[in-house]
Design a protein around this ligand. Structure first.
Ligand code: COA
Length: 386
């Protein structure tokens, strides 16, 4: 297997971007990444996207984006794995370069979610749940994560305040991110009095509906060294795992088994433990999700994610900073783009280019992306060569 480097990164400002079509979003991020890498020729490309068919009525995104980017006839593949589409696309690009099949691969993720009404968006997202056992009965993602939150509160005593602290911390970080959808700060009270969505989760416990894209260019370490444009950032570990989609089929509602398994694979490859990373970008689609991910990654003991967050361990400057970008909560969550944007953030941090949200001296970062309530998950580890 060859070593793989992230040689280019690109991301547009996220939000409700009505003037931009889905192709504009992808191409804008892709061009930023190609420009950052200093290359204009690629061997192949991936498009992580969850639900363009339902959200904008457009499928067949691989060829569409290759053509619109001016890269046809390169092989172009769309990857779907719900909200983990970006992370799984990244892993495909990683495998392609590592295997020697291609030398330069563009991996982008995109979603255009605000062109339809909120109910239709909620339906599109809910198709990533188990339709027969969950979707047909009317349960949506806020509802599913609310059940997980209730179970976590009942078993471990996780409190309403601890959930809210995740949002307060991520908005604090997001306020330092010029590309974030909601770069405002908030308070515990602000979160705990926001509109109820699915008890106990309120509006400020939820990631938003977002338009946006992100892209990275992957290549060999040799090529990165020849280009010499940036500090050398390598992907040293990649893991992917799955679990049952339906919550009722899981032995434990409070445990994200696919994240645990993906982290094990990625860490074995990178020869490190999750704790040895200096910063973490994780899938906080709802505040409870971040708490459960801390536990599944083994950063804290089972049930201790809430107290660790309340104690400030996950804050910028804390013992293990989580979601310096603002996370899905403040940066936004254009579902197919999220996994790729996590890699953009880690690469920027490892290059030392993250400005006001820079994690000082960061040498190794870990990204965790998941689909649905954790039925699919990826974990990637990035390191900068000093
Ligand atoms: N965080 C902070 N502010 C938010 C927000 C969020 N998640 N979502 C919306 N807002 C703001 C809007 O900007 C708007 O502000 P304004 O009145 O100043 O313009 C206001 O809240 C109302 O926005 P609206 O779009 O009407 O909200 P909504 O009630 O239709 O949707 C949610 C809110 C939380 C239900 C929706 O964002 C949602 O479904 N989120 C979850 C998405 C999801 O499930 N993703 C997949 C995860 S697995």
């Amino acid at each position: 297997m060859r070593d793989v480097a992230v040689i280019g990164i690109g991301m547009n400002k996220w939000g409700e971007l009505w003037p931009s079509r889905i192709r504009d979003l992808y191409v804008e991020a892709a061009l930023l990444a190609l420009d950052d890498a200093g290359v204009d020729k690629i061997d192949s490309m991936y498009v992580g996207c969850m639900s363009s068919g339902l959200l904008v009525g457009q499928e067949h995104l691989g060829a569409l984006m290759a053509d619109y980017l001016g890269q046809a006839p390169v092989p172009a593949t769309r990857v779907e794995s719900a909200c983990a589409s970006g992370g799984v696309a990244l892993r495909q690009g990683f495998i392609e370069v590592a295997s020697g099949m291609s030398d330069v691969v563009l991996v982008g993720g995109v979603e255009k979610m605000t062109d339809i009404d909120g109910g239709s968006t909620t339906y599109a997202l809910a198709t990533a749940a188990d339709q027969e056992y969950e979707g047909f009965h009317g349960v949506t993602f806020p509802g599913l994560y609310a059940m997980m939150a209730r179970a976590h509160m009942a078993r471990y005593g996780t409190t309403r305040e601890q959930l809210a602290q995740v949002a307060v911390k991520n908005h604090e970080n997001g306020a330092k991110n010029p590309r974030a959808q909601f770069p405002f700060t908030t308070t515990l009270e602000g979160v705990m009095t926001s509109t109820m969505v699915a008890d106990p989760l309120r509006l400020m416990d939820c990631s938003p509906v977002t338009d946006g894209a992100a892209a990275v260019v992957l290549s060999t370490v040799e090529m990165a060294k020849k280009l010499k444009r940036h500090p050398l950032v390598k992907i040293t570990g990649s893991g992917q795992a799955s679990a049952s989609i339906a919550l009722h089929a899981r032995a434990d509602l409070t445990w994200l088994g696919s994240t645990e398994a993906a982290a094990k694979t990625a860490c074995k490859m990178a020869r490190c433990t999750p704790r040895e990373a200096d910063l973490f970008e994780v899938h906080d689609c709802f505040t409870i999700a971040e708490i459960m991910v801390l536990e599944a990654l083994g950063l804290v003991e089972k049930g201790k994610g809430g107290p660790a967050t309340a104690a400030g361990l996950t804050a910028l400057g804390g013992e293990f900073p989580v979601n310096a970008s603002g996370g899905l909560k403040a940066k936004g969550h254009p579902v197919g783009a999220t996994g790729v944007a996590q890699i953009v953030e880690l690469a920027e941090q490892l290059r030392g280019d993250a400005g006001a949200r820079q994690v000082k001296g960061a040498k190794r970062g870990l990204a965790q992306n998941m689909g649905g309530t954790g039925a699919s998950a990826t974990v990637h580890i990035l390191e900068v060569e000093s």
